[in-house]
Design a protein around this ligand. Structure first.
Ligand SMILES: [Zn+2]
Length: 93
């Protein structure tokens, strides 16, 4: 990995606003189960890479891609195939 790529690594809080736009919920406290290793991590704690195309979210335990989000031309494309389960906290609880 180059230094430039390493600098692009953020935590899940960096995409809290983007995910809130899509899901209309607080997402940094949502917990995702990695489809690769089974690790459960709050979205606020996953590894986020904002290098194009779009945003890639990786499991901090095994590095598997959990989520890909591309925004453009008035649309969002969301690939959640790397997440086995996404647990959201119901608003108001
Ligand atoms: Zn994993």
């Amino acid at each position: 990995m180059t230094v430039e790529q390493a600098d692009m690594k953020l935590d899940g809080n960096a995409i809290g606003g983007l995910l809130a736009e899509i899901f209309n919920m607080e997402m940094t406290t949502a917990e995702g189960t990695c489809g690769g290793c089974g690790a459960v991590n709050a979205v606020g704690r996953v590894d986020v890479y904002v290098n194009a195309p779009g945003t890639v979210v990786r499991c901090p335990a095994c590095g598997q891609v959990l989520m890909r989000i591309v925004r453009g031309r008035g649309r969002y494309w969301i690939d959640l195939s790397g997440i086995r389960c996404l647990e959201l906290i119901e608003p108001g609880t």
